[in-house]
Design a protein. Structure first.
Lengths: 422, 251
């Protein structure tokens, strides 16, 4: 984190450090787990990252998060209806996982608190780099979450929806998932809640050889919540991951995506939609490591910005020296609907191999007047015509997911957002 | 039905005057052809009728059923029954053609105080119209005009016209990019819409289209004015002798 020790801690920093002192004895895990918690708190004492830290340049966490709400054991978070009908739902409410899990053949669920208590989860708490502020915050306070293991060869017929619901106060959650050899799964990560809240949530996905997963992050926090999230994935040999995220809420949101291809033939697709409104700040930061030869990735992000919203996409692709024949493409397109909205894009390609194909592109546009005229010339009023064009802009990315049920669900989410913000 | 009186208009962005005192009257039931060399203002006239904001009317008026339409936006004009078949229909990625047709038809119905169409009713209308134009219904599941050939785009325009049942149809160079078979199909589609309470304005560079859509009147547009009007024989005269003679006469 920040090497420079600030003169004076902010209210947020002081509250976090004090909260750790108070909660330390209540947190599950000792030994290796506690060592990591202590290190994480040391990092917090150095202050939250400022724009002087390169990876936080567009999101000055120290100023954007001046204060944090306390822990509120009485916050009554309730499970929500899954976005895709018939999903198997597992909820984490106010930071605590349900004690009873559904029965699903070939899938085992466990409370993360048990894995922290027995210490087996300790190595998975390691930070991924010096500037891993979200990892540090989460490691210090994580008390629970859900651990999901999908056995080798299991093909899930229905999605699993992992819900993290926070009704005010603070929570720090982990959602580790393993998809076994040749297994197939659709997983929905639902981030929602109400009230003034701070959540940190880290998903950790391991895809074994030949596994295929579609992971959908649906983030709809209220405009009073700060949401700091990480999605980390390791993609094995010939395994395929499609990650889709929808950010449609939150006052301050940072969604980090940290992915490594670990075996030849690994494929990663990232598709994301940021729907940004009001006086909010949303940052998606991706670090993708092509660590072995013959792996592929494509990233397409579409943003709609209205009101005084600010958005950020940082996409960093590292192609390691021996990762020859890497094929990576990244695009980030923004539709600006207001004069006060803004979106910053920073693509970074670090290529140490010499036989690779890598490209990136970014655009910022307004609604095409020719398109608008065409629609209006058929009798569609201006507001409806604009709505159609905005929806079309993001729907293109959603339709790439192909699965009809998923596409319909996500388009329904778009409609909900446009109904309130369009 | 349509009266254009001493119309002057310019490009809003740079002030270039394109229409310079244009007068034209088209009656109910009439098919009027507007012909003219490149750059005479034909397409500009069609855009101004549809209400495109890129052009500014500086003088004169356009009356539709006796009332000025200059203050109406494109959607209001369309709802009032004015339809422009574009020379270059827009490709709009992400908007499915079917969805677009449904929204457009229902928007116009709503503006007229009618109930929205029920899905089976809507599908039936679209299927019938598509069949009459020899269009594959599968094409309509694709995004609007995206990947359509030139001919397919023109057919899609006529399909929209059939479905929206406008009172004043303006066809801008509908023949461009059509082979002879497609031209026949599109023309038949237009002819089927001829009716005593509908006016059709056919803008074209060539006489070819007018062999299929036979006009009641022909008007020659040059430098933003109608310099000569006549019946269908005027088109044949232009085909045989070019525009030079007519232009010379007017000058």
């Amino acid at each position: 984190m920040n090497a420079h020790v600030p003169q004076q801690l902010t209210q947020a920093e002081t509250s976090l450090i004090d909260a750790f002192g108070e909660r330390q004895s209540l947190l599950p895990g000792d030994g290796e787990v506690m060592v990591r918690r202590d290190n994480a708190v040391e990092a917090l004492k150095a202050g939250l990252p400022t724009k002087r830290i390169e990876s936080w340049h567009y999101t000055n966490l120290r100023t954007l998060l001046p204060a944090v709400p306390g822990f509120d054991p009485s916050a009554a978070a309730k499970a929500v209806t899954p976005v895709i009908e018939d999903s198997t739902v597992v909820s984490v409410l106010n930071g605590a996982s349900t004690a009873k899990f559904p029965t699903l053949e070939g899938v085992s669920f466990a409370r993360l608190s048990d894995k922290l208590t027995d210490g087996s989860f300790a190595p998975a708490l390691d930070l991924y780099g010096a500037d891993d502020a979200i990892g540090a915050l989460n490691t210090a306070f994580v008390a629970d979450g859900v651990f999901v293991d999908i056995a080798d060869g299991v093909e899930l017929k229905k999605p699993i929806e992992l819900q993290n619901v926070q009704a005010g106060g603070q929570s720090h959650v982990r959602l580790p998932v393993r998809v076994g050899k040749g297994a197939k799964a659709v997983i929905v990560e639902r981030q929602t809640g109400e009230g003034t809240a701070l959540t940190s949530s880290i998903s950790q996905l391991t895809l074994d050889e030949g596994a295929e997963a579609t992971w959908l992050i649906v983030q709809e926090q209220p405009e009073t919540a700060s949401h700091l999230a990480q999605f980390k994935a390791w993609i094995g040999k010939d395994a395929k991951l499609t990650l889709f995220f929808l950010n449609a809420g939150g006052k301050l949101v940072r969604q980090e995506v940290v992915v490594a291809t670990k075996g030849e033939g690994a494929d990663f697709k990232l598709r994301g939609v940021n729907l940004l409104a009001g006086d909010t700040h949303t940052d998606v930061t991706m670090v993708l490591d092509h660590a072995v030869p013959h792996t592929t990735s494509t990233e397409v992000i579409r943003n709609v910005v209205t009101g005084k919203a600010r958005g950020v996409f940082q996409g960093r692709i590292n192609v390691h020296q021996y990762a020859q024949k890497t094929d990576a493409k990244m695009a980030c397109n923004t539709l600006l609907l207001s004069d006060d909205g803004e979106f910053s894009t920073k693509p970074e390609l670090e290529i140490f191999a010499d036989d690779v194909q890598c490209g990136h592109g970014a655009t910022v546009t307004e609604i095409d007047h020719g398109h608008l005229f065409y629609l209006m010339a058929r009798g569609i009023d201006e507001k409806t015509a604009r709505g159609l064009l905005v929806k079309a802009f993001v729907a293109e990315v959603i339709e790439e997911l192909e699965d009809e049920q998923i596409v319909e669900t996500l388009e329904g989410k778009l409609d909900e957002w446009f109904a309130t913000h369009g | 039905m349509l009266e254009i009186k001493n119309l002057h208009a310019r490009i809003a962005e740079d002030g270039t005057e394109i229409i310079r005192g244009l007068n034209l009257t088209v009656n109910k039931g009439e098919v009027a052809a507007i012909m003219g060399p490149n750059g005479s203002g034909k397409s500009t006239l069609s855009y101004i009728l549809a209400g495109r904001e890129d052009y500014e009317v500086t003088e004169g008026d356009i009356l539709y059923n006796g009332e000025s339409i200059l203050e109406m936006d494109p959607a209001e004009r369309a709802a009032a029954g004015i339809f422009l078949a574009f020379q270059y229909p827009m490709e709009i990625p992400g908007v499915a053609t079917m969805e677009f047709l449904k929204v457009a038809m229902n928007a116009q119905r709503k503006a007229r105080g009618e109930e929205p169409l029920k899905v089976p009713e809507f599908l039936k209308l679209v299927k019938e119209a598509a069949a009459s134009l020899n269009m594959d219904i599968a094409m309509l599941k694709r995004p609007l005009n995206v990947g359509f050939s030139g001919g397919e785009k023109k057919r899609a325009e006529i399909l929209q016209m059939k479905l929206l049942e406008p009172k004043l149809c303006v066809l801008d160079e509908t023949d461009s990019g059509l082979d002879i078979d497609a031209l026949k199909i599109v023309s038949d589609g237009v002819n089927a819409l001829r009716s005593p309470d509908r006016a059709i304005v056919v803008i074209t560079h060539y006489q070819r289209l007018l062999q299929h859509i036979v006009p009641d009147s022909v008007h020659v547009l040059y430098k933003g004015q109608v310099i000569k009007s006549g019946d269908k024989s005027l088109a044949l005269d232009l085909e045989a002798n070019g525009y030079a003679g007519v232009i010379g006469e007017a000058a």
